[in-house]
Design a protein around this ligand. Structure first.
Ligand SMILES: Cc1cc2nc3c(=O)[nH]c(=O)nc-3n(C[C@H](O)[C@H](O)[C@H](O)COP(=O)(O)O)c2cc1C
Length: 446
């Protein structure tokens, strides 16, 4: 039995548990107080292997760099060369990912169209249908065909420059979306044919298919509706990229969009965002392998998304075999999301700049992820478009700088041999050598 008179052993420092950390305990208390799970927007916040864990090997003697001021580095990409009569030709390999009207305000959708068009790239609709603002301001608009079918109509299918059949998203592969009642305005409700002010869940799977054979039928159906003119993309959340890419391509996709777990969402359960799916870095090589095994790498294009922030990320994704990337969260930040100028208002919402992710609540001080007319009025779509265009330009210039330093006159000439990895995990996932070695885990012959 413990001697109660014995003095307590003094400790110099109180020790916090790594397992039961303060944020973990705070979430347990929140769950205990409310009985509901936490919903938020954004992508995985936990640290997982990412593009930051890769470095480029610039040219020196064994490779020959290009001169930035005189020698060109092409950035153009054509998407949908397999079957479509009118493939999409982009000036830059950075596209704007699908983000729903409902999650985003109509001026935000307009700004995405303006910025993307000025930069020579495409933007994408989302759950909830096509708005006139985005169609009017996007020179190239990809129309999403989603499991929910919210806002879907064949007329809009025919007004699109490409169709993206969404099977899944990186933030929530296997799960569906959410749009809470406070964001269901008259206009959002009207476009979705659902009542105003009532929470909406988007389905996690398409109502009329149970497997890859049905995907093939669906692709044919959409090709017929659109006269075989526009490319058909298939978007998947990164979980089994080799098999899912293979099946999407066998079903007839022109383009595969692959979204890793860092990929943003407008709203879903936090537990889902943080615990389901593969890091973006781990998705790319298996998908490229699938395309190579089918003999269709570069003929069926691969768009990668999930945590793309810089020109270095763009260049790394392309070096690993992607044809283009898509951005969601970074585009919103470029428009003004999480801007420090709203700090006082973030504080009132119980958060802070850089951590604001309650996009589902519709109280966004920046007026981007809201349907509140007063908040929306704060956002200027022309200025937002200008900022997005600038940001896309910087991403492109950065990627070009790196490609030239590696000796390439087109971004698509970047290759895995241009890269090394800083960690064993990244080396294994990206299948590029650990820095300073010629080895990566799993490499044949070692
Ligand atoms: C506000 C918001 C809304 C989104 N809405 C949709 C959607 O309607 N359909 C869809 O396929 N993906 C949607 N996504 C996911 C994006 O298309 C994309 O996969 C993801 O944002 C890419 O990762 P990133 O945010 O790190 O760039 C949404 C993402 C955000 C941030």
């Amino acid at each position: 039995m413990k001697d109660k008179s014995a003095p307590a052993i003094p400790r110099t420092e109180p020790i916090q548990s790594a397992t039961f950390s303060n944020p973990v305990n705070a979430e347990i208390r929140r769950a205990a107080a409310t009985g509901i799970y936490d919903i938020r927007g954004g992508g995985a916040k936990r640290r997982v292997p990412h593009f930051d864990d890769l470095l480029f090997l610039g040219a020196s003697i064994s490779r020959y760099p290009l001169e930035g001021y005189r020698e060109k580095c092409d950035t153009r990409v054509t998407l949908g060369t397999r079957f479509a009569k009118n493939p999409i030709k982009l000036d830059i390999p950075v596209t704007i990912a699908g983000m729903s009207f409902g999650a985003l305000s109509s001026p935000a959708k307009e700004a995405l169209g303006r910025g993307a068009s000025a930069a020579g790239t495409s933007t994408t609709t989302g759950d909830g249908g096509m708005t006139e603002e985005e169609r009017g301001h996007s020179t190239k608009l990809v129309y999403q065909y989603l499991p929910s079918r919210y806002g879907m109509n064949p007329t809009d299918l025919r007004r699109a420059d490409a169709i993206e059949i969404v099977v899944g998203q990186g933030a929530k592969p296997g799960g569906g979306g959410m749009l809470l009642g406070q964001k269901i305005s008259d206009r959002v409700a009207g476009m979705r044919n659902l009542p105003k002010g009532i929470d909406q869940r988007s389905a996690c799977r398409h109502p009329d298919w149970t497997g890859p054979d049905d995907l093939e039928i669906k692709i044919l159906e959409i090709r017929e509706i659109t006269g075989w003119k526009v490319p058909i993309y298939v978007k998947i959340g990164g979980t089994r990229p080799y098999y899912d890419t293979t099946l999407a391509v066998k079903a007839g996709a022109d383009v595969v969009v692959l979204d890793g777990m860092q990929g943003g969402t407008a709203a879903t359960q936090d537990v889902f965002i943080e615990n389901v799916g593969l890091p973006t870095l781990a998705c790319i090589r298996p998908a490229v392998q699938a395309l190579q095994d089918l003999g269709l790498h570069r003929e069926v294009q691969l768009i990668v998304s999930g945590g793309i922030r810089t020109g270095a990320d763009v260049a790394k994704a392309i070096a690993l075999g992607a044809d283009a990337v898509a951005i969601g969260t970074a585009a919103l930040v470029a428009l003004g999301d999480n801007d420090p100028k709203w700090e006082a208002e973030y504080q009132k919402l119980g958060t802070t700049t850089g951590a604001y992710d309650d996009w589902h609540e519709g109280r966004d001080p920046a007026g981007i992820t809201t349907q509140d007319p007063e908040l929306m009025a704060r956002f200027d779509p022309i200025e937002g478009g200008r900022r997005l265009r600038n940001y896309l330009k910087v991403l492109t210039l950065e990627a070009q700088t790196i490609a030239r330093a590696c000796g390439h006159n087109h971004l698509h000439n970047l290759e895995p041999e241009d890269l090394c990895a800083l960690t064993m995990e990244a080396a294994a996932m990206a299948r590029v050598p650990l820095a300073g070695t010629d080895w990566y885990p799993g490499k044949a012959g070692f």
